[in-house]
Design a protein around this ligand. Structure first.
Ligand SMILES: NC(=O)c1ccc[n+]([C@@H]2O[C@H](COP(=O)([O-])OP(=O)(O)OC[C@H]3O[C@@H](n4cnc5c(N)ncnc54)[C@H](OP(=O)(O)O)[C@@H]3O)[C@@H](O)[C@H]2O)c1
Length: 229
């Protein structure tokens, strides 16, 4: 079990869903945890130190870096999906999607003084192209290249990505129950594990990466074997 006693962890997007669960895991492993959120009214604010951080805004990133100083581990779960057909692409929403997943993490690497590791979030859509999900697929794919490039340049800081399959993380809670159950049943049929992903599947992988001192530049696929199904 990774021991983060005496270490600091910043989780960008730590206000809900996977980010919140990752922040709670870091705290359980002994870390001093800060969550970076766009809205200071975030519900998790009473559990953790909170820093205002909009990953699509370089000034916001720079201000958070100056406020927090040296950090041992940074995780970013931030995403701004733009799931439309190519014919319906909106330029601004497309750029924001890249800002959240690709440009923003590069600027986090630029501004923050990190000593241990950075974990970014890719996603299975990069490896399973589907109409209506081009931006999601391309941004998630770019994350895999980003961690390889950043790992080389920032070494010995380790930079890796998690590529989740479909995870019952809370992000699908707004769907009507019957639709969500049908969606998850389809997901279970489309991977080797025969089930939808659980939040702890991802949290455990991030916790392993925090302590995996010989792993850098990798994208870890936590997707129940979806690409092989
Ligand atoms: N869940 C899945 O099935 C799945 C599958 C593949 C990949 N992933 C990836 O895994 C990551 C986490 O998934 P999730 O289910 O927890 O996603 P989520 O529910 O969409 O959460 C995304 C988090 O990012 C934050 N965020 C969005 N834009 C931001 C910005 N500009 N600056 C700072 N924070 C921002 C959100 O905060 P707000 O409250 O401010 O919106 C939220 O806390 C995402 O990158 C997602 O693409 C998830």
């Amino acid at each position: 079990m990774t021991d983060l006693t005496g270490q600091s962890v910043l989780v960008i997007g730590g206000g809900k869903n996977l980010g919140l669960a990752i922040a709670r895991k870091a705290a359980a492993l002994g870390a001093t945890v800060t969550i970076g959120v766009r809205s200071a009214q975030d519900a998790a604010g009473d559990e953790f130190r909170v820093v205002a951080l909009d990953i699509t805004d370089e000034d916001s990133i720079a201000a958070a870096a100056a406020e927090l100083g040296t950090i041992d581990h940074i995780v970013s779960t931030a995403a701004a999906h733009h799931n439309v057909a190519v014919a319906d692409l909106d330029k601004a929403a497309t750029v924001t999607a890249f800002d959240a997943k690709v440009v923003g993490p590069l600027l986090v690497a630029k501004h923050f003084d990190v000593t241990g590791s950075i974990v970014l979030f890719s996603g299975v859509a990069a490896w399973q192209p589907s109409p209506g999900y081009a931006v999601m697929g391309i941004t998630n794919g770019a994350v895999a290249f980003a961690v390889a490039a950043l790992a080389k340049e920032l070494a010995p800081v380790r930079v890796n990505a998690i590529s989740p399959g479909i995870i019952d993380s809370g992000t699908y809670d707004a769907m009507p129950d019957a639709d969500r159950e049908a969606f998850f049943a389809g997901v279970a049929q489309g991977n080797l594990a025969g089930r939808v992903g659980r939040t702890e599947d991802i949290v455990d992988a991030v916790a392993w990466l925090w302590g995996a001192g010989f792993v850098s530049g990798e994208t870890i696929h936590v997707e129940g074997g979806a690409r092989a199904a």
